[in-house]
Ligand binder design. Structure first.
Ligand code: FE2
Length: 397
């Protein structure tokens, strides 16, 4: 028995695609210095480290933003020949890389290539006297890549999580905003899930890609009957890593009378698939949303009628499955415009920002789970009505 369980844990840790964490999410942005200030001010991120001309980085500037176990890397090109310059021209600011911590980046990359992945960048190691960082990247949907990353010495993942240096050429950054954010926390803990928008008719291809290449499994499935409104629709399937650490819903546009929000995203993203939203987990939805609203985060407005129906729907579901009803103050939930949904396992609170750049592309979700492991299916109809109102204001419906 002991031998068997030892073997199991050995074979698990020997699995080259055993994902330890989301190492970081890299955005390509037009001006990282200003974007860093925006994300630090509105969402409470710490501007923790930079790599730029002053640290010997000649072709790009990088800002590492941290909060809880979330790491965002903002990259801006310093010359016209940098790959990011062309991508920013085509797509505006957005996510390029969802980087995954593994034990051995070269082994993970080789396994993914054997599984059918297309290489973006072969393995390379960046090192100095403090330690090493090995990175290797594969293409996934559209313009997005996954970089496998493994770390040693002072750059080891545990050290990074505790404020250690990101990699050689990075240095710690001082900002009065960091002190302010420590005194006024926003409560974001980690990335709960991240969602990709792919081409119409291609969702199942990308589902199979995650099964074959990264050895993910399907987690939940919604069909368009669940999540269509009168006007527009989407299809969505949720893929999860073998250890359920990383959840990646994949959306494709579905036919509706008016233009789907997925199609709107694609049209403003040069018809190129990409990351639609990142969902950050909090333990206290109301405190987080109150603080973010105070800082000026622009959230989607829900129709007035939403709160007339929601408590019956959610609390009935919870009671039927033997759970306590929603414990958060119902009036405060309404005042903060927070959404609630329930399933047989419990409930969740969530809220979505409006797009975070002028193009209607990437946005952020704030989610708090009280037992529920789903994604707010019951809110999709109310949400889509709100999204369509926004699309109409933008003349995109
Ligand atoms: Fe989401």
């Amino acid at each position: 028995m002991t031998t068997a369980s030892t073997q199991t844990s050995t074979s698990l840790s020997a699995d080259p695609l055993n994902l330890i964490d989301v190492d970081h999410v890299r955005f390509y942005v037009g001006n990282a210095k200003q974007a860093a200030y925006f994300y630090a001010h509105t969402f409470g991120f710490r501007i923790d480290q930079i790599a730029d001309l002053t640290t010997g980085s000649r072709d790009e500037a990088d800002y590492l933003l941290t909060q809880g176990n979330i790491r965002i890397l903002l990259t801006t090109p310093l010359n016209k020949d940098h790959e990011a310059a062309e991508e920013i021209k085509l797509y505006g600011d957005g996510i390029k890389d969802v980087s995954l911590t593994v034990e051995d980046a070269t082994a993970a990359y080789n396994r993914a290539i054997e599984n059918g992945a297309k290489s973006a960048k072969p393995p390379r190691t960046i090192e100095d006297e403090k330690g090493s960082v090995t990175v290797a990247s594969i293409h996934t949907y559209g313009r997005v890549i996954h970089t496998f990353i493994s770390r040693t010495g002072e750059y080891a993942h545990e050290n990074l999580r505790n404020g250690g240096l990101f990699m050689p050429t990075f240095k710690k950054y001082d900002s009065p905003l960091n002190e302010y954010n420590e005194k006024h926390p926003c409560g974001l803990m980690f990335t709960d899930h991240l969602v990709g928008n792919v081409e119409e008719g291609k969702m199942n291809e990308w589902v199979k890609w995650y099964e074959d290449v990264l050895e993910f499994k399907m987690f939940k499935h919604f069909d368009d009957a669940d999540i269509s409104t009168e006007f527009s629709a989407l299809m969505s399937k949720v893929m999860a890593s073998g250890n359920n650490l990383i959840k990646m819903p994949i959306n494709e546009p579905a036919d509706g009378v008016k233009k789907s929000q997925i199609l709107e995203y694609l049209e403003w993203h040069n018809m190129m698939p990409g990351v639609q939203h990142l969902a950050f987990r909090t333990d206290d939805e109301l405190a987080t949303v109150a603080e973010l609203r105070r800082r000026g985060v622009d959230f989607l407005d829900m129709p007035e009628t939403y709160y007339e129906k929601v408590w019956d729907r959610v609390n009935t579901m919870l009671t039927e499955h033997g759970h306590d009803v929603v414990k958060e103050d119902h009036q405060r939930v309404k005042d903060l415009g927070v959404l609630v949904d329930a399933d047989d396992e419990g409930y969740l609170l969530q809220l979505f920002t409006k797009p975070l750049q002028d193009r209607p592309t990437f946005f952020i979700e704030i989610i708090c789970r009280r037992g529920s492991q789903s994604f707010g299916k019951g809110n999709f109809k109310a949400l889509f009505e709100s999204l369509e109102l926004e699309q109409e204001r933008r003349g995109n419906l």
